[in-house]
Design a protein around this ligand. Structure first.
Ligand SMILES: O=C(O)c1ccc[n+]([C@@H]2O[C@H](COP(=O)([O-])O)[C@@H](O)[C@H]2O)c1
Ligand SMILES: Cc1cc2nc[nH]c2cc1C
Length: 340
């Protein structure tokens, strides 16, 4: 009797020297990675994380606890190697790429910063759409092209992070619109708003939402109206990564919203995703539920930058290692479960 690939894979996992299912979520991760690679002996090669940075016009309306200039300042910090994502990618041997998707700052040419700048920040969507449709399409295209370049290194596992003061506002609006959920359920404290500031942010975002008529089927239209450049670029990058059968590491709230857009444009991206962590940002738990996702880590992070991807990566390595290296009951001469 012939067995399917999935049956062979499940058999291999189930016959490792452990009680059935005793490696919990590591078994799901191993199953997913092996299925993506269509092999019983998967490998993780040339892991990359790309951080896309962009500025947001809405930031001038008081929706973030930090000023807009933190975005270019943090880009300089990434270049200098001093941000959390630099530390964690160094720790785990992950190659970090930095892309300027649309920061409102003229950086000196620097070989560590990939210039994909579409504009110097989005427009304030309280007054006009965050970007033009052409800009939105350019973001998808540039994100995809960068991933195609990374693919040439032999990379088969890639995570996406972001940096953009104000981007939880864009993410909340996109989530609310695409999933038809009230904005109140999608808005959170972002970089750390207090109760009063949170209510103000919610009122501003409700005003934005009421202002535009865009169909929930028009994904690019929604990205265009609500921004931002880094979210649209992550969306294009995720689709390209899945198209070339890479494992797609999904980070926190903003990256998950980019993934939501990607999955609406191309439902097959879901087969390539590993949801790395449950962010503390309000809205993320509901978004994970709607995507039927069970994040690997719950650490109370709300940083972005792809930090959840970097922190989850060693667990993917463990999942692949147990599948490749652990002995089976037969190999080790260990007695199998007693059957009643
Ligand atoms: O990844 C997350 O879940 C996450 C949650 C809250 C905030 N952030 C980061 O904080 C910034 C956006 O927050 P805000 O308040 O400026 O909209 C942006 O740079 C994100 O990387 C990230
Ligand atoms: C300092 C700082 C670092 C960040 N990294 C990602 N989002 C951020 C927001 C702030 C404010």
């Amino acid at each position: 009797m012939s067995t399917t690939f999935q049956e062979q894979l499940q058999y291999k996992i189930d016959h490792k020297t452990k009680p059935l299912l005793a490696l919990g979520m590591l078994e799901d991760i191993a199953f997913r990675i092996a299925t993506i690679q269509q092999t019983l002996t998967p490998e993780l090669k040339e892991p990359h994380i790309i951080v896309f940075a962009a500025s947001h016009g809405i930031a001038e309306s008081g929706v973030s606890a930090y000023p807009s200039e933190v975005t270019p300042q943090m880009v300089l910090n990434f270049i200098a190697g001093g941000a959390a994502i630099n530390v964690f990618t160094r720790q785990h041997g992950i190659k970090l790429l930095l892309a300027d998707a649309g920061v409102d700052y003229e950086f000196e040419p620097n070989e560590q910063l990939i210039d994909l700048k579409v504009n110097r920040g989005t427009r304030n969507m309280l007054h006009e759409p965050a970007m033009t449709r052409q800009e939105g399409e350019l973001c998808l295209e540039r994100g995809a092209l960068l991933v195609d370049r990374v693919k040439e290194t032999g990379c088969n596992v890639i995570g996406f992070g972001e940096m953009g003061i104000g981007n939880t506002s864009s993410a909340s609006l996109i989530m609310s619109k695409l999933l038809k959920i009230s904005i109140a359920d999608c808005v959170g404290r972002g970089t750390g708003l207090d109760d009063e500031q949170l209510l103000k942010k919610q009122a501003i975002l409700q005003q934005v939402l009421d202002q535009y008529t865009v169909s929930e089927n028009d994904i690019i239209g929604i990205l265009t109206v609500f921004g931002g450049f880094e979210i649209a670029m992550m969306c294009g990058a995720m689709i390209a990564a899945a198209n070339t059968k890479m494992i797609v590491l999904v980070d926190g709230f903003i990256a998950s919203v980019a993934f939501l857009c990607a999955s609406k444009l191309n439902p097959s991206v879901k087969d390539f995703a590993v949801f790395c962590h449950q962010s503390d940002e309000k809205g993320h738990a509901l978004l994970m539920q709607k995507l039927d996702a069970k994040p690997v880590l719950t650490l109370g992070l709300r940083l972005g930058e792809g930090t959840g991807c970097a922190l989850a990566y060693p667990l993917l390595q463990s999942a692949v290692a147990f599948l490749n290296e652990m002995a089976s009951f037969d190999e080790a001469g260990v007695s199998k479960k007693t059957t009643s």
